[in-house]
Design a protein around this ligand. Structure first.
Ligand code: CTP
Length: 468
């Protein structure tokens, strides 16, 4: 079988490899994705010789910069067509048991294919003039691709032990491609879970991102759960599992509910961090669970506890502790507010406060809340959605009227300090809060004159005298 190798970069690599007297092949994701009809921008080239040397020659021909990673024996160029092309020498690898660092010696294409993660990722095609595009598939990757199977070229214990991240990658590919992990690989993952401890958290979170960005993330989290990896990579999520019953009353399984929320949000957003918020929105529930006679199960304050836990999750998964994390915290913290709005009477003041607290993230918050409706009863779902529609309408009306979303206090701390000739002190905070609350409660309009008048009133109450 021959694959399409009409891209200009392939002829250049082919010619340069020939000039060097070595054999080069395209391998891995590019080949897999081409056979699946998926778009793939990155190209991996394996060469039975020096990867960096071939890269330098190709770089010279195409006029592109070559980045050499001497430690890994790899090199990368960007082709004129914008592809990222990575070159690596074919290797024969063996790993010591306490580290990811392999002992590498030069090998053949087959040696290299054997040490790859999955048969579908070991597929390669030739860049030799005589059989350009010919598929090299010693481990029946093509058959596995057709059957939708994730299988390792070697005994899975060996493949996973070489690089334990592959256990999570197996789950990720199964989720992205809708494939099945073969039973012996699933069992091997369970056996080798202990090896997860040598992984850097960044690599794991990259895979979790990819699972979250798939069309049905619940498949991936369920697979992580079935293989017992979930309690290692995201214990807060596995901690949501289970239903407790007391006095004949149970609560919903918050794990199943959470996965349903994540799947629900997928068609409405490609924002990875909003999907993370969906995944973590209820993680505070186990810590706040109580059974109250008469009321049943409650989770009071789980949004506050959950928002704090977001920090811990981001920290141990080495995800950015910046505005991305704050955004997820904010959504987790606020996720009950829109529903509370419809349960009570929708007052302008409550809507203004929500707009103030959510700011520009109000749309995302509404998207999360809509995904959070997971009732099996269609009528209940329809009723909730209609209520949220009402909240959206109200949010829009109030925003148009009062411009709260990007609220900037009409009277600043500096203005107060200047007017009363005082240094930073408690009174300034009191006056500012009083003005903010009055605007949000609709007592005064959101404008400067009204705010200044209230400032004077409050300052007089506090015994401050104007600077003349
Ligand atoms: N690979 C491997 N073991 C790993 C990571 C990668 O054997 N732990 C090999 C596989 O052959 C893989 C190739 O390196 O196809 C490229 O890896 P990567 O770019 O991470 O994955 P892709 O298969 O290209 O898929 P994606 O771009 O979706 O991550």
């Amino acid at each position: 079988m021959r694959l399409d190798c009409s891209r200009p970069i392939f002829s250049i690599v082919s010619e340069e490899a020939e000039a060097m007297g070595v054999r080069a092949y395209v391998i891995g994701g590019y080949v897999r994705d081409q056979l699946l009809g998926r778009h793939s921008k990155d190209i991996d080239i394996v060469v039975e010789g020096s990867g960096p040397e071939l890269a330098r020659r190709v770089g010279r021909r195409t006029g592109s910069n070559v980045a050499v990673f001497a430690r890994f024996g790899t090199a990368m160029i960007h082709s004129a067509e914008g592809e990222e092309v990575e070159f690596v020498g074919a290797r024969k690898e063996s790993y010591s048991s306490d580290s990811r660092k392999p002992n590498v010696t030069q090998g053949t294409l087959r040696d290299d294919q054997l040490r790859r993660d999955f048969t579908i990722n070991a597929l390669s095609f030739s860049l030799q003039k005589e059989d350009m595009g010919e598929l090299y598939d010693p481990f029946n990757g093509l058959e596995d691709l057709r059957d939708g199977l994730i299988r390792t070229p070697l005994d899975p214990d060996m493949t996973f032990s070489d690089d334990p991240l592959r256990m999570v990658r197996a789950v990720r590919f199964a989720t992205q491609l809708g494939f099945r992990i073969v039973p012996e690989a699933l069992e091997s993952i369970r056996r080798n879970r202990g090896r997860m401890s040598i992984l850097s958290p960044e690599r794991v979170s990259e895979e979790l991102h990819k699972i979250l960005m798939s069309t049905k993330p619940s498949v991936g989290f369920d697979l992580l759960d079935q293989t017992t990896l979930l309690e290692l990579v995201l214990p807060e999520l596995s901690g949501l599992k289970g239903v407790e019953t007391q006095d004949g009353r149970g609560h919903k399984d918050n794990y199943r509910h959470t996965l349903q929320v994540v799947d629900n949000i997928v068609p409405h957003t490609d924002n990875l961090w909003l999907r993370w918020a969906a995944l973590l929105h209820d993680i505070g529930k186990p810590a706040t669970k109580r059974f109250e006679k008469g009321t049943g199960w409650t989770f009071h304050g789980h949004e506050v506890v959950g928002a704090k836990m977001v920090y811990q999750v981001f920290k141990y998964l080495r995800m950015p502790l910046n505005e991305k994390m704050k955004y997820v915290q904010k959504l987790v913290f606020l996720h009950l507010r829109p529903i509370a709005l419809v349960q009570d009477e929708v007052t302008d003041s409550a809507v203004r406060r929500l707009l103030f607290d959510a700011g520009d993230d109000i749309e995302d918050l509404m998207t999360l809340c809509e995904a959070d409706i997971t009732s099996k009863n269609d009528r209940t779902v329809a009723r909730h959605l209609a209520n949220f529609q009402l909240v959206r309408q109200k949010l829009q009306e109030v925003e148009e009227k009062d411009r709260i979303r990007n609220f900037q206090p009409p009277v600043t701390g500096e203005m107060i300090m200047e007017t009363y000739g005082i240094p930073p002190c408690r009174e300034i905070g009191i006056i500012k809060d009083c003005i903010k609350d009055a605007i949000l409660d609709g007592i005064i309009p959101n404008d400067r004159d009204a705010a200044m008048a209230l400032m004077r009133e409050k300052a007089a109450e506090l015994g401050l005298k104007e600077n003349v």
